[in-house]
Write a protein that binds this ligand. Sequence first.
Ligand SMILES: [Ca+2]
Length: 338
Amino acid sequence: MCDELQVKCLLSCFLFPISVPCGGTFNATRTPQSISSPNSSDPDVPLATCTWVIEAPLHQQVEITVWAFQLHSQDCNQNYLEFQDPPESNGNPGIRFCGGNVSAVPTFYSSTSTAVIVFKSEVFSINSRVGFTYKIADCNREYKKAFGNLRSPGWPSDYASNVDCTTVLTAPDNHTISLFFHSFGIEDSSGCTHDFLEVRNGSESSSPLLGTYCGTLLPNPIFSQSHELYLRFKSDGATSGRGYEIIWTSSPSGCGGTLYGDSGSVTSPGYPGTYPNNTHCEWAILAPAGRPVTVSFYFISIDDPGECVQNYLLLYDGPDANSPSSGPYCGAVSRISF
Ligand SMILES: [Ca+2]
């Protein structure tokens, strides 16, 4: 039998070292709320992981802004901050940061109404910590990454009246951006004066206009001339639509890049115009783990002398060009599936 003092000692001696209280599930609101990792000066506190699950209401997304980030070790396997985006990241690694440069961690927006933040560190101390704010994301956003998906506010529900949303895409410096419309339905009006999506080549409302879109016809893809694109979506007080779903990617070679998500679209550069000579595009299609990818072509027109040696399309069933391939394809074909 042990007395009360011994029980307390057993609890504090055995429970504290194996569990630093951190993580949990939190509901995002419109007001930003702050969370930071625990701070323990006890050198016996072992390797631990904090997992925060942040939930927004249905059809809303979570915005995470990191304001403190430090790791005492450069070992990125054991010390990192990771944003996960379930269910899209189901099984796939999330976006991971290590080292501890807070300015290198861009604002994170979840794709669905749930965001997961994982902080793994060999110790928790003032030299190894993370602090962030979370809230329901509003529709003004700046994405600093190489690829992603854009959906109109409220998607897959119809967009609301009187919204005015600005999105800036910033890809890595030497990249150009490809923007593919996958679904589109914005109230049609002459000159798109009621509701519209406008796209500009640059990061400002004054950057050169690439197009203003409304109606239900899928707009042609957009290929930027810089690593930045500016989008503004505006609706008036009456008549809504289902909005839009856009897949975007970027690469240093003018075409190609990573395409990520449940479904999407891709075209050759300049489509529906002809592709330029000496075009070489490589796309990587990345789906949530355990989900086989189906690729369907509704239009192929590749001009070649006949053997598909000079001009062709090849598909690789795997992560790189060492994977089993299908093709080469050339000529004119419509509606084939893999
Ligand atoms: Ca309208």
